[in-house]
Design a protein around this ligand. Sequence first.
Ligand code: FAD
Length: 482
Amino acid sequence: PPEPTDNLRTDPGAIKLASIDYGHIIKEKPFAVLYPTSVDDIRTLIYLSYNSLFSYTIAAKGQAHSTWGQAQANDGVVVQMNSLNRFRNGTGILISGDRSSGFYADVGGEQLWIDVLNATLTRGLSPVSWTDYLYPTVGGTLSNAGISGHTYQKGPQITNVLELDVLTGKGEFVTCSPQKDSELFYAVLGGLGQFGIITRARIVLGPAKKRVKWLRILYSDFSSFSTDQETLISTTGPSDKVMPDFLEGHLLMNQSPLDFYPQSQRRKITFLVNQYGILYIIEVVTYYDNKNEAKKVKQMLKSLKGFLPGFVFEKDVTYLQFLNRVHDQEIELRKKGLWDIPHPWLNIFIPKSRITDFDNGVFRNILLKRNFTSSTVLVYPLLRSKWDERMSAVIAAEEEVFYFVGFLDASADNWEAFDNKNKDILQFCVNAGIKFKQYLGHHATKEEWIIHFGSKWNTFQQRKTRFDPRMILSPGQRIFNY
Ligand code: FAD
């Protein structure tokens, strides 16, 4: 490994910081941590490893919001990406373009999405596709997919990128796009950090609306809930049909927080939760600038059939407040000491044809029966046609509609119980023949990764041989490194 220098640190503080992530489950110690002062520092680090007899592994670490050690490098070198920001001299986020050809932002791979949002809003612009939480880095979410309630309409974040600067596993600096070095471009997007380190991404921007109508609609039965979700995202329907700007869904169980709802309604909601065990909540949003546009949200409700009459709740907030909503929860959880604790998360994609079986087998027969009613569980539909098959990201089977289901548990003292529950969920899917795929997931063996990638495995492996032949990058994913 290279000799320690001022920006290549081996002190216990730097090592400790690079051995933890949001999951607080995997803790692998790197040999050293690079605090780069330029993109060239990272290039040199990779180049030296690639050309040395005994290469060392290198993991770009964004915000370490991973939950299974994906940004760690056992005995290798972790690159603390945010260190780049200090040396960008105001060039970390640059906005260009015009009305006719469209606007875009060139952003450093280390930039946080919240900073991209704040910078673009000053020009009345905004990225069009988001994650629920805005504090991961651009490079971090683009290595996965970047999904949320915007994805059904705008595609995942990886499909809203025009160009990338990438340092490959050979230490080469390549600017790539669908037109130039497209193989690397498609490899890196959703590529789990396996092919290169993203140092710049050109992100599509659109006009930003000022305000948000934010609705939660309560359902007592799953079939009405999922039918209405699918109706909302379907492009067929009356000519005046209003499409939501954002559509998600989640479970409300007896330990779920009720702070979204008016105080006066909480007893009634609790009564319903006790009656039905689970309430299914559609979360739907329209963005607007003026009063007329704000009325669109009511029109959207007309097409819905099965919600509990009278149980539609509305908030009116700014665009920034809505997009940054998870940060408010972060502040509360940090106050209570409940942020930096284990997060045994499971995120999966389920084909639409099996989502009712999943409700019965998992929400009812595992979560409810075994009293996992504190879990935050997201459930919302996505459309296959909004994804790009050439990219490395993997989604569920052949169907056009598939569901994202996220089990976002946190547990200070017994994460294993939640992890065992998640293993039972996966086993249920295997036994029931449900063709699921994990998102942000981890797999114990190479064989499991091969199953995960399915028909994409050969391409994934060939791209690895081409762009990172010595298997230097992102070892914490444990695809090629054990
Ligand atoms: P890290 O955890 O630091 O790294 C993730 C992987 O990417 C690692 O393998 C790392 O080596 C690699 N990597 C990091 N930077 C680069 C780079 N510049 N170039 C190449 N590879 C790189 N995801 C969603 O899609 N939708 C959500 O709604 C969502 N909500 C979340 C909410 C919370 C509270 C949290 C903690 C996470 C959420 N995520 C969500 C997951 C998040 O998007 C991913 O974990 C993402 O990878 C985190 O970004 P990061 O910068 O922390 O990456």
